[in-house]
Design a protein around this ligand. Structure first.
Ligand SMILES: Cc1ncc(COP(=O)(O)O)c(C=O)c1O
Length: 389
């Protein structure tokens, strides 16, 4: 199957397994080898083999992953970075200059907010936070001529709010800004923002894309050639690239993304049903719940509703902390999107960096990354943790 067919015709799982790499012509190796090399022998000065000259600029293991990412997000070109935040910083430097302005989600991932508030702001890039579920609020936060990026997470972290990608793309474009979608929570299996008008995708591939909690990585996927060329330049000029072993691990994870996501969603639905009727739980956040304010938009733009679930407990912060500490199958830890279930207290852990800001989260909130273990074991574990047994 040609690369063209992989990208435009084949189904998602076929692309996940085959796009980006053809079996090695010399050995037939079915899986991209880990090219642990910094440089490449040239056939005479400037005589590059396949365009490779130095591994910051390009490395075949990374090329394979980047091709797969572009195919899954249906974009022009993919870029792999050392972390999600490295990808974000590269994107900002490629698209913004001092004096420019960015609209951020008002419950963005804490590290993204910290990047803008404490790293980009001192370099002259301003930001305003707006609720992603409120298209008018995002439009009102835009400063015509100054806003270069409208940044969207959907679902958001940790409150699982939903932004309407198509509507926000047109709001951004009317103002001459790009719509950036951090697709970490949904993954390209559940949602493909570029097909809905977004301009560029951000991923922490550390999460569902890699899927096994064994590698930190990030990615960008650009929809058009102009932006892709700017990102190609900045990826090399800044140099925050993913190494070949990390690319190998991430690419290996990506191949099973579809089957993993379906099981994450199956298990999350069981967990939501269980929590919704538990007396120690006061509120459950999941876009698959019909009364969730973003349900209709999520049902339109997502294949299913994902593996992330947040909930508030009736007993305040103390109980939230106890639930996190008592759970056993759910491992107490940061991060998300791996095969194992994780539990955390956003206020004290992932979102501690936004404490005291407009992004602060409720102290009685618990976040779950529902893994792919046996669902009954997950429910029994939550029951024990919530009941204090
Ligand atoms: C939604 C989201 N975007 C970006 C990031 C940053 O990615 P990384 O930790 O790989 O730098 C994270 C990390 O938790 C995240 O949850």
């Amino acid at each position: 199957m040609s690369e063209q067919q992989h990208r435009h015709k084949a189904g998602f799982e076929t692309r996940a397994i085959h796009a980006g790499y053809e079996p090695d012509p010399t050995t037939g190796a079915v899986i991209p080898p880990i090219y642990a090399t910094s440089t490449y022998k040239q056939d005479g000065v400037g005589g590059l083999r396949g365009g490779y000259e130095y591994s910051r600029s390009a490395n075949p293991t990374r090329t394979a992953l980047e091709g797969a990412l572009a195919a899954l997000e249906e974009g022009e070109r993919g870029f792999a970075f050392a972390s999600g935040l490295a990808a974000e910083d590269t994107l900002v430097r490629a698209t913004c200059r001092p004096g420019d302005h960015v609209v951020l989600p008002d419950d963005a991932y804490g590290g993204t907010f910290r990047l803008f508030a404490q790293v980009e702001a001192p370099w002259g890039i301003e930001h305003t936070s707006a609720a992603v579920a409120d298209v008018d609020a995002v439009r009102a936060a835009i400063r015509p001529g100054q806003t270069k990026l409208v940044w969207l997470e959907t679902p958001t972290n940790p409150l699982l709010n939903i932004g309407d990608i198509e509507a926000l793309a047109s709001v951004a474009h009317d103002a001459g800004a790009l719509l950036v979608v951090d697709n970490t929570f949904a993954s390209p299996y559940l949602q493909q923002p570029l097909t809905l008008g977004a301009d560029v995708i951000v991923h922490s591939t550390t999460k569902y894309a890699g899927g096994h909690s064994d590698v930190v990585g990030g990615a960008l996927v650009a929809r058009d050639l102009d932006l892709a060329d700017q990102l190609t330049f900045h990826q090399n000029a800044i140099g925050a690239v993913a190494g070949p072993f990390d690319c190998f691990l991430t690419h290996r994870g990506l191949k099973t993304l579809g089957v993993r996501m379906d099981r994450h969603c199956d298990n999350a639905e069981r967990v939501v049903e269980f929590l919704s009727s538990h007396p120690a739980v006061s509120e459950v956040f999941y876009p698959g719940i019909e009364t969730h304010p973003g349900h209709a938009v999520a049902a339109r733009q997502m294949r299913r509703f994902g593996g992330m679930v947040s909930f508030r407990v009736t007993g305040g912060e103390e109980q939230a902390l106890r639930v996190c500490e008592r759970a056993e199958v759910f491992t107490l830890g940061e991060s998300l999107g791996g095969v194992e279930s994780l539990i955390e207290h956003p206020g004290r852990m992932t979102h501690a960096s936004v404490s005291g800001t407009e992004l602060e989260v409720a102290a009685d909130l618990v976040r779950l990354s529902v893994g792919i273990e046996t669902a009954d074991d997950l429910l029994a574990d939550l029951d024990r943790a919530l009941s204090g047994g």
